[in-house]
Design a protein around this ligand. Structure first.
Ligand code: NAD
Length: 491
């Protein structure tokens, strides 16, 4: 045993419903993180050399293992987050879809393609291909400990990078399960490694010379990571918080809209980055929508349909937002109680638009419902936020038009969260919700660098880039470009 192992500090992962210790993990040091990145750098040569097909075959092998042992993974997720089995299964199933999509489409999206060389250089062929970056550091949150980091891990691996993964300190067991099963499917080299610890270990990964950091977590941490990454000009993709709105138009299917609002706000105890936190309803249907929401909410019980708050500190945030809303004239039509571990589903109305419950990410099972005179007002209020992750619209006739006007990275129309399950669609936000994209072709390109090659097929007498260039050539080129582009703006 080495000296490092003897003195290794550890931390416990707890069951959030009981505080029972479900695992103990090392708090890895800066040196250990740097060693992992070094191993990843060596492994990346082999992983790159496999090419798209070799990597796809191995990713499929891993995906088959995840699928066959899904129950085991769901149980680890349940133990560390407290979420019901069905919810754990849903995030695992979506992650499996993404692994399959990334493996299948990496060559098509990233492989070498011809581009037009244009008239001036028509004696050339022009190509572009997307090459791996090298080593990608992935830092993940705890709320969807499979689905969320896998959106970066899978796409980074399929693009040809090796990955060093720092899961949340609340869900290290899930990270370990993913890394261990990958090593079973791909035993040759440490292509996908785990490091565990708190924020300090994550910060060490940011400074360890990786080629990109993919961060998912709070906006505040995202800002710290971006500042630290600037020191070494390490690029980052930031998937941060949200304050997503759901819009209900006067012609909406109110049963479906109420069902989506209740699921979107309360599932996973509201600890969902794309969770519904605000609802804006056309005044013509406000009363009946609210009635339906309250009827459905009556059937949702904390501890049955959703679990405890995974992170105890979040209980204070939820408590503060509800208290602030009520102090400013808001009313909790149901719920409002924040217990030791569980929060009752809470529907708030008459909350001023500048209250914390409307402006800040609550990340608990609460929703504010507000009446609007028309959908212009709904769009304006939905957009009056520093965040811009996702959004939902319920409307029979105006769904697309309303979606187009929402300042958010993603919008689903007439169903909740659909974009997250469609592997070909990019996922990510604007403003305080971050930038960069995971999932889909954009998610593959996020973890690759474009390489442009121009190849001369035959020499032409008109040499432009040589000291042998003549006056005649210059005049000819001047005439040519005038003929091609000089008429813009003229009738
Ligand atoms: P967090 O920011 O507290 O932690 C996220 C990760 O960052 C953890 O692994 C943590 O150890 C690490 N970390 C903390 N400080 C660090 C530092 N200085 N340097 C490097 N790493 C550091 O977030 P959380 O509480 O785990 O997750 C909840 C948040 O994540 C919510 O705001 C939620 O909206 C957001 N989220 C966003 C998405 C998305 O896709 N946009 C998805 C899921 C969750």
């Amino acid at each position: 045993m080495t000296a490092v192992e003897v003195s290794q500090e550890t931390f416990d992962s707890l069951d959030p419903a009981t505080d029972e210790v479900v695992g103990t993990y090392p708090v890895q040091t800066r040196e250990q993180v740097e060693e992992a990145v070094e191993r990843a750098r060596e492994a990346s040569r082999w992983w790159m050399s496999l090419g798209f097909d070799g990597r796809a075959e191995r990713l499929r092998r891993w995906n088959a293992t995840i699928t066959r042992r899904m129950r085991e993974l769901c149980e680890v997720v349940q133990r560390e987050t407290g979420k019901p089995y069905g919810d754990a299964q849903l995030e695992v199933v979506l992650a499996i879809e993404h692994v399959a999509w990334a493996a299948k489409n990496a060559r098509k999206v990233l492989g070498r393609k011809r581009r037009s060389a244009g008239l001036l250089l028509s004696n050339h062929t022009a190509t572009v291909e997307y090459l791996p970056l090298g080593v990608v550091g992935v830092i993940g949150p705890w709320n969807y400990p499979v689905f969320t980091p896998m959106g970066s891990i899978t796409y980074a691996l399929a693009a040809g990078n090796t990955v060093v993964f720092k899961p949340s300190e609340y869900t290290p067991g899930v990270g370990k399960w993913l890394v261990d099963t990958f090593a079973e499917a791909v035993p040759e080299h440490p292509v996908f490694q785990l490091i565990t610890g708190f924020g300090k270990t994550g910060a060490a990964l940011v400074g360890a010379g990786v080629d990109k950091i993919a961060f998912t977590g709070s906006t505040a941490t995202g800002k710290k990571i971006m500042a630290a990454a600037a020191e070494t000009l390490t690029p980052v993709v930031i998937e941060a918080g949200g304050k997503d709105a759901l819009l209900v138009d006067s012609d909406a299917d109110l049963d479906a809209a109420a069902d989506a609002a209740v699921w979107g706000a309360f599932s996973n105890s509201g600890q969902t980055c794309i969770g519904v936190e605000r609802v804006y309803v056309h005044e013509r249907v406000y009363d009946s929508f609210l009635e339906k929401v309250l009827a459905l909410t009556g059937k949702v019980k904390a501890g049955e349909q959703y679990g405890p708050m995974t992170m105890p500190a979040q209980l204070d945030v939820v408590r503060k937002h509800i208290a602030d809303a009520i102090a400013r004239g808001g009313r909790a039509l149901t719920g409002g109680n924040v217990g030791e571990r569980f929060v009752e589903p809470t529907v708030l109305v008459d909350v001023p638009e500048d209250a914390e419950a409307v402006c800040e990410e609550t990340f608990g099972p609460t929703m504010t419902v507000a009446k609007v005179r028309d959908m212009d007002e709904a769009v304006e209020k939905a957009n009056a936020t520093k965040y811009g992750l996702a959004s939902t619209v319920f409307s029979k006739h105006n769904g697309q038009r309303l979606a187009d006007r929402l300042r958010a990275g993603m919008t689903s129309i007439n169903a909740p969260f659909s974009f997250a399950g469609i592997a070909s669609l990019p996922f990510g936000g604007v403003g305080d919700s971050g930038f960069g994209r995971i999932h889909g072709p954009e998610g593959l390109r996020e973890f690759a660098r474009p390489k442009a090659v121009a190849k001369q097929r035959f020499a032409v007498p008109l040499k432009l880039t040589s000291f042998t260039r003549t006056d005649k050539t210059e005049q000819l080129v001047g005439k040519l470009v005038t003929t091609l582009h000089g008429r813009g703006g003229k009738e």
